[in-house]
Design a protein around this ligand. Structure first.
Ligand SMILES: [Zn+2]
Ligand SMILES: [Zn+2]
Length: 249
């Protein structure tokens, strides 16, 4: 079964560029200190204006900042790497960024932040995101916030089926107020060959500790190390991040 110590990093995290509390350099230093191999920077996209989402120009600036910091790390002999990414909003008809920009990113998490009351519509939005060749994973599938907000109405089985067909991963959001997707569905997802990514959706460095909680929830879903993408070492992860994109080439 998956152990939290198998996890090499988190693929969904925020910095001061959007609503996180630490700048990129501090996030990297902390991830190195706790022994991670990589850490993705996936700040919000522009439609999440309440979370200071980045527009295309800012995101391109951030991609450069991440590359510059990685160069510094490489020059100092450090093997840890940041990955440039986005938590891109799933809007009504499209994603918040065009495919040409998504293609410039190492990691793309697509999340529904504002859902409607219609189950079919919410489900179709998630399925359309899964069909996008540049979307690696769907973030917090139902938006559930424990003690605060019910899950959006979503046909999760239909979304899992679409992820299976398209090679899209599903996040297990390890924030203890989310634990989304619900652990009872992982058994089905695994049976369809859908991979899990245990992400801490860190807004502060100490949220890295959520990875341990996430691995515990993944165990309730009977997940093993081979089912979890961020148990891969950096080199293998980079290959896995190309799989879906190679299909459209
Ligand atoms: Zn989110
Ligand atoms: Zn997030």
């Amino acid at each position: 079964m998956i152990e939290w110590t198998d996890l090499r990093g988190s693929l969904h995290n925020h910095t001061t560029w959007s609503d996180g509390h630490h700048p990129i350099e501090d996030v990297a230093a902390y991830a190195i200190e706790i022994g991670c191999d990589y850490w993705a920077i996936t700040d919000h996209s522009k439609s999440s204006f309440q979370a200071h989402g980045l527009d295309a120009a800012r995101l391109r600036e951030q991609i450069k900042a991440v590359a510059a910091h990685n160069q510094k790390l490489a020059d100092s002999g450090e093997e840890f790497r940041l990955l440039a990414g986005s938590e891109v909003d799933i809007l009504k008809e499209r994603l918040d960024f065009d495919n040409d920009l998504l293609a410039e990113l190492d990691v793309v998490v697509a999340s529904l932040h504002v859902a409607g009351s219609d189950e079919a519509d919410n489900t179709n939005r998630l399925i359309r995101a899964a069909l996008n060749p540049y979307v690696h994973m769907l973030g917090h599938l139902t938006g559930r916030l424990l003690l605060e907000r019910e899950a959006y109405k979503v046909n999760q089985q239909a979304v899992i089926d679409a992820c299976a067909e398209t090679g899209t991963w599903i996040e297990l959001n390890a924030n203890p107020y989310r634990f989304d997707m619900d652990w009872r569905l992982w058994f089905y997802a695994k049976s369809k060959g859908v991979k899990c990514v245990i992400n801490c959706d860190a807004h502060r460095n100490e949220h890295a500790g959520f990875l341990r909680l996430g691995a515990g929830i993944a165990r309730k879903g009977w997940l093993e190390k081979a089912d979890v993408i961020n148990a891969l070492p950096l080199k293998e992860l980079k290959k896995a991040l190309q799989l879906k994109r190679n299909r459209v080439k």
